[in-house]
Design a protein around this ligand. Structure first.
Ligand SMILES: CSC[C@H]1O[C@H](OP(=O)(O)O)[C@H](O)[C@@H]1O
Ligand SMILES: Nc1ncnc2[nH]cnc12
Length: 292
């Protein structure tokens, strides 16, 4: 049994969280560069919580320049065990309306201009992302959203696009009709893959802001409309987060789905052939298996 430390990555519109006891903004140094911002640490209902605004306070980082590896390393380094990502998304489903939340369970990764792994030459690892989110944590997010009175959908496929421009109409229709995606955003990849490599339980909550461009009655995405919906969504997200300590508890058992042991058999490079510099950089992410 270990201590629960809840991590929250706040997407567009979510630059802080409410109600933390002893809130402190702290600078975390990582071997992967600077995280998006300082992290806000504190205690909520007796459970440690750490918050990181994905685009930085003031929203200075674009989806392609968010330092995903530094962010995940920093959260792992400060002890996060259970990581919840909240993100503004477009919807491909009539019933997933602006203002609704969707607990994501699958991804289609269309991003191409980002570092996608902590591993590489000198320390090669292959983790499974067949089930890229933690079902236990996803269930807690669903319950938290219901308790918070949010119209929430359990399960959905998130298409991660590179951006920063929104999709063309042809892309929007293809993602929806041919590929079967439910929501679209620009940031959950490689975040989810990196969280798995760092052996973190990861759940993603999509906050729907718009119908992308496919919907005949809604026309194209308008950032002013998104921002209007985002403000209400951000408050709902903070209410959802405030329910999580009660649902997750102060202590945790090993993840029943194995998220916290994802690297157990994943590293292929034999010990004498590992690059000591890369191994040193992996201290937080993979120290459990490399130095254990
Ligand atoms: C607000 S418009 C597009 C912007 O919002 C989403 O950000 P996040 O996923 O961090 O909430 C989307 O991915 C784009 O970055
Ligand atoms: N339609 C959309 N496409 C990509 N990212 C988004 N974030 C919010 N709405 C979006």
């Amino acid at each position: 049994m270990g201590e629960t430390v809840i991590g929250v990555i706040g997407g567009s519109g979510v630059y802080d969280i409410d109600g933390l006891e002893n809130p402190t903004w702290q600078t975390i140094t990582t071997p992967w560069g600077e995280p998006s911002d300082q992290v806000l640490s504190g205690v909520l209902d007796g459970v440690k919580m750490v918050f990181l605004p994905r685009h930085g306070r003031g929203h200075t980082l674009s989806p392609s320049t968010v330092p995903y590896r530094a962010n995940i390393d920093a959260l792992k380094r400060v002890g996060v065990t259970d990581l919840i990502s909240v993100s503004a998304c477009g919807s491909f489903r009539e019933e997933m309306a602006p203002g609704d939340f969707v607990v994501i369970d699958q991804f289609i990764d269309r991003t191409f201009a980002r570092d996608k792994s902590f591993f590489g030459t000198g320390c090669v690892a292959h983790v499974s992302v067949a089930h890229p989110t933690c079902p236990r944590l996803g269930k807690a997010c669903h319950e938290a959203a219901q308790t918070a009175g949010i119209n929430v959908h359990q399960g959905g496929t998130y298409l991660a696009m590179e951006g920063p421009q929104f999709s063309t109409l042809a892309e929007s229709k293809m993602y929806r009709e041919v590929w079967g995606a439910d929501v679209i955003g620009m940031t959950n990849m490689p975040e989810a893959k990196l969280a798995r490599e760092a052996e973190l339980c990861y759940a993603s909550v999509a906050m729907i802001t718009d119908y992308d461009s496919w919907h005949p009655d809604h026309g194209e995405v308008d950032v002013m409309d998104i921002i209007r919906t985002l403000t209400g969504n951000a408050q709902k997200a903070r209410t959802l987060v405030s329910q999580l300590p009660g649902l997750l508890g102060r202590t945790r058992e090993p993840c029943p789905h194995g998220c916290d042991r994802a690297l157990e058999y994943a590293i292929l490079t034999q010990a004498p052939h590992r690059d000591p510099e890369l191994v040193a950089k992996l201290d937080a992410v993979a120290g459990r298996v490399l130095n254990g």
